[in-house]
Design a protein around this ligand. Structure first.
Ligand code: GN1
Ligand code: MG
Length: 385
């Protein structure tokens, strides 16, 4: 959902002015009438820009890519273009047998023909189409919504299951390679600032103990990859609930957005990410840890929706690791938030110092809840898979 956040700080005002200037450099009919900061996303800055002519209006999404995170933003655009062209073609092939109109954002070229604009500060901007008459939600609204989330992810993975993974760039080295985040944490803990942040709070120390107890286990998917059991495939990288668009008219899923993290990876991380995000009705930012649980009714609905498509491309080995995918991605996200807290909040956008610590505590509580329900989750996967 594009939520308009009115932030009145000088910085945001300047950024909006800048975004309005940049918007005009993209190939959209009409003049920019307004640009609003959406306040969404933990990494990039996102704006909604509205263009008008005398007889039409077009709304586009404009994003400034975070250079601290993405070293080669042009690679994101190449991946995005390849993937969207492939998926648009596949959607058209199946149009007549499909139960709905599937959508996927399109890259909007700049007026000079490039896929992006670089501003005077060297910042990298890109524009994509807005999916009209559809919304996404920060939390799951119902069992039907959960089913749709699974259905959309399954459909997306099926559409890209025949894509040549070697064509995609690795846009974010180490992204969703869980043991590498342990290394990052250890490096941050070696500094005196890191030690000070760890020992300043008993919650941080508790998180550290939680991680230490899972060090051996957390390479389970990477080990399976090394053994050749799991193969690299194109992944979305971030199929959380807020990236799944629901059609306003039909209530059905219509699209998955946020293609920044499309790259080669293990589909288990995508499957797990969808579940960890959808099955926690309290959301990622809650401060009320008691509310954080892994809801197995929602899990069942997602898996049901996902398997409508998943059955056609999942191998036996893929199925054997689906539970680990769910457990590991909640743990991994907690580890990433925690490592960033220890490092002084250098990766994720934050509004207050302890935000990443709180986010980590939510994900660890969720991991515990997943671990406690392992049997139930495994039986859902077996029965529906
Ligand atoms: C980040 O920026 P956003 O909100 O789309 C992150 C994901 C996390 C997510 C958690 C590039 O995504 O990996 O799962 O936050 N993206 C990157 O909300 O690190
Ligand atoms: Mg994202």
């Amino acid at each position: 959902m594009v939520q308009i956040v009115l932030l009145n700080t000088e910085d945001i005002r300047n950024n909006i002015l800048k975004a309005a200037m940049i918007a005009q450099k993209f190939d959209v009919a009409g003049r920019v009438v307004t640009v609003q900061h959406t306040g969404e996303g933990n990494v990039n800055e996102t704006y909604l820009a509205i263009f008008r002519t005398t007889f039409s209006e077009e709304r586009i999404i404009l994003q400034c890519i975070n250079k601290r995170v993405f070293a080669r933003p042009e690679y994101i655009m190449e991946n995005m273009r390849l993937l969207t062209e492939h998926v648009h073609r596949r959607i058209e092939e199946e149009m007549h047998t499909s139960d709905r109109i599937w959508q996927l954002p399109r890259v909007i070229p700049a007026k000079d023909g490039k896929d992006y604009v670089i501003d005077a500060d060297g910042d990298f901007w890109r524009a994509i189409t807005l999916i009209a008459s559809a919304h996404s939600y920060g939390q799951v609204q119902s069992v039907e919504h959960a089913y749709e989330a699974g259905f959309v992810l399954g459909h997306f993975q099926r559409m890209i299951s025949d894509m040549d993974v070697s064509l995609l760039h690795d846009t974010l080295e180490g992204f969703h390679i869980t043991p590498q985040y342990l290394k990052k944490l250890d490096a941050a803990l070696e500094t005196s600032e890191g030690q000070a942040r760890l020992h300043a709070s008993s919650e941080a120390e508790r998180c550290k103990r939680f991680i230490d107890m899972r060090r051996e286990w957390c390479s389970v998917l990477e080990d399976a990859k090394k053994q050749g059991l799991l193969k690299l495939r194109p992944i979305h990288g971030d199929p959380k609930i807020s990236n799944i668009m629901i059609d306003d008219a039909t209530g059905k899923g219509t699209c998955i957005i946020d293609l920044d993290t499309v790259k080669p990876g293990l589909i288990h991380y995508d499957f797990g990410d969808c579940l960890r995000s959808c099955c926690n009705p309290a959301g990622e930012e809650t401060l009320d840890l008691k509310q954080v649980i892994f809801d197995t009714d929602l899990c069942e609905a997602i898996v049901k929706g996902y398997m409508v498509h998943g059955r056609s491309f999942l191998t036996e080995a893929d199925r054997n690791y689906l539970y680990d995918g769910i457990r590991i991605i909640s743990f991994e996200l907690g580890l990433r938030f925690f490592a960033d807290y220890i490092a002084g909040n250098v990766y994720f956008n934050t509004r207050y110092d302890e935000q990443n610590l709180n986010r980590a505590r939510v994900q660890f509580k969720l991991t515990e809840s997943i671990e406690a329900r392992e049997k139930q989750i495994r039986s859902i996967l077996e029965n529906l898979g």
